[in-house]
Design a protein around this ligand. Structure first.
Ligand code: SF4
Ligand code: SF4
Length: 281
């Protein structure tokens, strides 16, 4: 289990603990202010992205020190984890409200409104989380194409997640001052700033999933569909065997390759059961 499971999970996966979504945690004034600022100042993300590019040109020793400090800070305020769809479904089993939101990252990286982000709350009416987001609705992202919040029932939310999965997007959960979890995102490496930071710039701002993919060679036809959708370059192809194989050390456990495999050759194993990946987060 990851570091957050040990600190915030009380013996289970931290994102499956209902208390981490509670309005009690939102009664913390600092947390409320953090969420308000996060939603109302998307331009700060643009500055983060520019700093990220600049950092990649810094001397290695400086880079390492800055990355260490940023990752440490992000774990306290806004950190994510890759989550496969079955665990999203489990979360939907106990949260009671879901709203779809425009993605801040896509607004910055593509200049477009793309509804790939979801606010979640354990309260039936969205509780404090949605009141904060709702009060910002008119200015949220400040774009002419921003249509505001969109309430979904659980079935609609799950259907949307499956559609995102078929687009090759990787599901993630996010804290707003850890351990409070306020949202899901559906990420890709080209548009999502967090995924770019973690994978491209080696600056972790999210954990890998609690799982690792495995391909059953007996069912694999070597079609390479899984390889095309993996955002992490974790699938290799053996021309000699005419089979694909997962590099467990690179796998983030998102399960997107599994959704792309028409042969049902891919399964997710618990990360601790795969020695090569057990300690990799
Ligand atoms: S998508 Fe499935 S059948 Fe095709 S290469 Fe990948 S594991 Fe094999
Ligand atoms: S190989 Fe791992 S990281 Fe790549 S799509 Fe499959 S589960 Fe995700």
């Amino acid at each position: 289990m990851c570091e957050f499971c040990h600190k915030h999970g009380e013996g289970k996966k931290w994102y499956l603990r209902a208390g981490n979504y509670s309005d009690d945690l939102l009664s913390d004034v600092k947390r409320r202010r953090f969420i308000e600022e996060f939603l109302s100042e998307p331009e700060r993300l643009r500055a983060d992205l520019e700093n990220l590019e600049r950092l990649s040109r810094a001397p290695a020793i400086v880079r390492r020190a800055i990355i260490w400090a940023i990752t440490r800070r992000q774990k306290q305020v806004h950190y994510g984890q890759v989550v496969p769809i079955e665990d999203l479904e489990r979360i939907l089993g106990f949260v009671n409200s879901v709203v779809r939101l425009p993605c801040i990252c896509r607004k910055i990286t593509r200049g477009k409104e793309k509804r790939y982000c979801y606010g979640i709350s354990i309260s039936p009416d969205g509780g404090e989380m949605f009141r904060i987001a709702g009060s910002l609705e008119k200015s949220y992202l400040r774009g002419p194409d921003t249509k505001g919040l969109e309430t979904l029932c659980k079935e609609e939310a799950l259907k949307a997640f499956r559609e995102h999965e078929s687009e090759g997007l990787c599901h993630t959960v996010w804290t707003f001052r850890t351990p409070f979890i306020g949202g899901f995102c559906n990420c890709d490496r080209s548009d999502c700033i967090a995924m770019r930071a973690t994978v491209t710039h080696d600056m972790p701002v999210m954990f890998r999933a609690e799982y690792v993919a495995r391909i059953d060679p007996g069912n694999c036809t070597g079609c390479r569909q899984c390889m095309k959708v993996c955002q992490f370059g974790a699938v290799a192809y053996s021309a000699g065997e005419k089979k694909s194989v997962v590099d467990a050390r690179k796998c983030y456990g998102c399960g997107i390759c599994r959704a792309a495999c028409s042969r049902e050759a891919i399964s997710l194993l618990d990360r601790p059961a795969v020695p090569a990946a057990a300690g990799l987060w």
